[in-house]
Design a protein around this ligand. Sequence first.
Ligand code: APR
Length: 307
Amino acid sequence: MTKITVIGAGNVGATTVQRLAELQLGDLVMTDVVDGLPQGKALDLMQAAPVMGYDVDVLGTTDYADIADSDVVVMTAGIARKPGMSRDDLLAINGKITTQVCEKIAEYAPKATVITVTNPLDIMTYVALKATGFEHNRVFGMSGVLDSSRFAAFIAMEIGCSVRDVDAMVLGGHGDSMVPVPQYTTVYGIPISELMSQESVDRLVLRTINGGAEIVDYLKTGSAFYAPSASVAKMVEAVVKDSKRILPCAAYLQGEYNARDVYLGVPVKLGKGGVEEIIELQLTDEQSKALSNSVAAVRDGIAKLQL
Ligand code: APR
């Protein structure tokens, strides 16, 4: 039986475990630093199993020994930015948490594929690569699936069509420096430029860039978790089922898109081997420039951590 661990039993972590249980992808382990939290949520999920009909184990634990030999580990542990806290403070705190957790992953689950969710995403994925010492193809981050899903949702709302027909593409850093790519965004194969004005495209691109912040403004004390957990579950499914899905993920670049030794959101082929291929797209000059700005922002963050 496939074993999937989710580190962090907060909003994103616990909802991810729920989605993975419902997809019946394997036995699940959920850990957290707060004793009682993963145990309580896991028990609740086990009690939902008879109603929902999923037949997998869900174990909540604070003991890393329980993650032993996991096939896939999803990393959601961290803290959210609090009032008065700078981005650099957040970077330092989540950098430390990610390092500590990833050293445990390397110790107990040395063959795992690691998918990071903790923000700032692209930088934390680099931290995870260094702290695990794993090959870069099996350490990657959840960013583009979420950003593309947000873009697709807004497009469907604008056109008044089914979300099922929308294929959206968002590249670059997960955050202010993301790069939505309208020319690779289609509605049943029709480029969105044929279905809406440039002004509408620009408005939806901007809303996508602010997609996470718009939700934080509503929630005030937390950030998004339904769409993030759905996105990470889709990535886990692609790995576990070896389905070779083409999805945008934060992948380690070695010259692709003119970037090297950095993580950035790009389209990849996802399967058992993790990131099995990076797909290079033709971009406009403006998009290429935006992507190199993304790279610079990620590099800046990595440099601050002095890994
Ligand atoms: N080890 C394990 N768990 C930890 C650790 C640690 N060292 N430090 C913190 N945690 C746990 C917290 O106890 C908390 O339960 O991580 C969990 C984070 O959950 P939430 O605060 O609910 O945050 P969430 O909304 O799930 O977001 C998690 O994903 O999307 C990103 O920006 C988001 O970085 C954030 C992460």
